[in-house]
Design a protein around this ligand. Sequence first.
Ligand code: 5AD
Ligand code: SF4
Ligand code: FES
Length: 344
Amino acid sequence: MDALIEKLKNDCNLNDEELRKLIDSDAYDDDLRRAADAVRREHYGDKVFLRGLIEFSNCCNKNCLYCGLRASNRTADRYRLSKEEILGCCEEGYTLGYRTFVLQSGEDPCYTDDMICDITAAIKARFPDCAVTLSIGEKSRESYQRYFDAGADRYLLRHESADHAHYAKLHPANMTAQNRQRCLWDLKEIGYQVGAGFMVGSPYQTTENLIADLRFLQKLQPDMIGIGPYLTHHATPFADQPNGSAKLTLRLLSIVRLMFPYVLLPATTALGTIIPDGRERGLQAGANVVMPNLSPVSARKKYEIYENKICTGEESAQCRNCLEMRVKAAGYRVVTDRGDVKRS
Ligand code: 5AD
Ligand code: SF4
Ligand code: FES
């Protein structure tokens, strides 16, 4: 094994210059992947955790420049699921073996804090052995506290870019890296298991930006790190920007596994969209989570953050079976426990 990778594996850290070398070259990829898989197996064996994703609203009042759900996209066909529809997704998910439900939406003020608390509490009452994860964007500390008190266990909010100038190129002026990071620290302090993360190959992203992302994650020490390639959507200001690369995404997954041995690391739908065996290769590069869709089929196509998203035509049961086969073929095993992070 290359000395640099040996060092990363042993120290869970490298200096900036060494990281730059790993990120900018494809010479280390095979060694990186092997080392990441070894570390993942040491801590998690061949387990792959499932998170059932319920995309309950594609309405959004924000205008992230990269996202197809942005408020200014008048061509998006908007929908909202009712509490009963959301509970129906959980019911089906529970039968299929899911023990974590991720409730995700755009930033949709139609769902008040009262409603989010009510939905969260209803899921926890009906499925006490399940974890509820929220992924509904930037809120006040008070709101986060209320959801937590209602029973929410986890919260996903990608930091998107730790570099303030780069963050500003990806977002309108009313969104700041500072507030994004404030949210993440609030969530952690409240006691959530927290997920952060970023896109690989987002417009204007440099190697230095990626290093800043890794450094931010080292400070935050999140329980989950979501990484996927940037994918172009035609109805955004970034319509002419190229997709991120699968190869660089896989490289970063391996680096992240070696820097954060215990972290929950999803093989993302975006990675499965950019190459057909993306999620399988993500698992082999160190990922240990997959987040199949539990949304009603009628909603799936409409939750178009980026184009050509996979799994939009399949029923939840079909996805579940398909994924089980794919995970097995990649050399791993789907497990159905809650999959809380184990730090030691
Ligand atoms: N390509 C890839 N990922 C995207 N996201 C938003 N838009 C895109 C895109 N065009 C990611 C963001 C967001 C998460 C829900 O999806 O990182 O946090
Ligand atoms: Fe809205 Fe989230 Fe898309 Fe930004 S990334 S426009 S907040 S759905
Ligand atoms: Fe959704 Fe294969 S995982 S169809």
